[in-house]
Structures are given as structure tokens and as C-alpha cells.
Ligand binder design. Structure first.
Ligand code: ZN
Length: 181
């Protein structure tokens, strides 16, 4: 049995805390948290989620890009659970694109992120994994990784002029979707 967890909203101090590493991924509470986070992510049409968003102050994120109502142009990948993730290296080049957040409903912002990033994390079976991520998936990782350090995408936006409502964002991506993949 899994349950849908309540997502902390901007202003909740849970979003501003530094997440703790998970020492033993095989403990049952870790597996329960993974299952519940996955259920919550699917229910909310997210492409990623971090444990601090459900008030669990641990270094656990899920990156799960797929096209949905909130991100119609997202690439498809298998949902990937990353425990104690860290960034190894990244490209010099950055790109700006729209982000939203389940903890900041109704708002989108243009956020600069590294275009490519090499990462390391522990998988739910306890094995260490290394991976290179690019473009939208690299963006999701950086967004979720920020949550582990108490940051939200609003902290990365360069100007408040680059914040729009969800409704305005949907108008823009429909009109420019020929440019996006
Ligand atoms: Zn978020």
C-alpha cells in the first residue's frame, strides 16, 4: 500500500532546511518513502520530486521526465530514484528555460541551469550509480537537488520580470512549441 503525501507549499519551513544523508537505503522506512513519493509524483503530474517537499528532510529525489499536462514537451524516461545524489562535474554552458514546482503552484520562471551535468547517487538497491544528464533531464536534477539544500527555483530566477503565471506559460509554450523538443 502506498499513500499520496501532502506537498509542502512555499512558506513552509520544511522547504528551507538542509536534507540529511540516508545511511542505510535498505531500512524499511526508506523504501516506504520512495513508494509514497512515487505515488505522489504521478498523482500531481510532476516530472520530479524531492523528499523535503513532503516534509521528509532526507537526501532523496526522483527524476521522472515525461510529457504531461504541466510539461507537454518533456522527454520520456524511466523514473529514477536517486539517494544521496551529488554533482561531480558540469558544463560551463548554461541555458535558461521555464520551470515550475509542485511547492510553488501557479507560477513559472525562467531559470538558468547547466546544460550537462555528471552525477553520482545510490540506487534503491544500494548500488552506486554514475550518470551524465543533459538538457531538460539535467534541469530537473538541478531543480530537485536544490530542494535538498533548502532552495526553490524562485531563488535562481535572475529577474522577477521572468516570472509568469501558469496560464501565461501555457500560452507561450503552445506558441513556441515548434522550437522545443
Ligand atoms: Zn520543486
Amino acid at each position: 500500500m502506498t499513500e499520496t503525501l501532502q506537498i509542502s507549499q512555499l512558506g513552509d519551513s520544511a522547504l528551507r532546511q538542509i536534507a540529511q544523508p540516508i545511511n542505510n537505503v535498505h531500512e524499511s522506512w526508506v523504501q516506504t518513502l520512495i513508494n509514497n513519493l512515487m505515488t505522489t509524483l504521478v498523482k500531481s503530474n510532476g516530472v520530479g520530486i524531492a523528499a523535503p517537499q513532503v516534509s521528509a528532510p532526507y537526501q532523496l529525489i526522483i527524476v521522472a521526465s515525461r510529457p504531461n499536462l504541466r510539461y507537454p514537451n518533456a522527454p520520456t524516461m524511466l523514473p529514477t530514484v536517486m539517494i544521496n545524489p551529488r554533482s561531480l562535474t558540469h558544463s560551463q554552458e548554461m541555458a535558461k528555460d521555464w520551470e515550475g514546482c509542485l511547492s510553488v503552484p501557479g507560477i513559472r520562471g525562467l531559470v538558468p541551469r547547466y546544460r550537462a551535468i555528471a552525477i553520482e547517487y545510490t540506487a534503491p538497491d544500494g548500488t552506486m550509480q554514475q550518470q551524465e544528464l543533459t538538457d531538460f533531464v539535467a534541469r530537473i536534477f538541478q531543480h530537485e537537488f536544490d530542494h535538498l539544500n533548502g532552495l526553490v527555483f524562485l531563488d535562481r530566477v535572475e529577474s522577477t520580470q521572468e516570472l509568469v503565471t501558469e496560464q501565461e506559460y501555457l500560452k507561450r509554450i503552445v506558441s513556441t512549441s515548434a522550437d522545443l523538443k
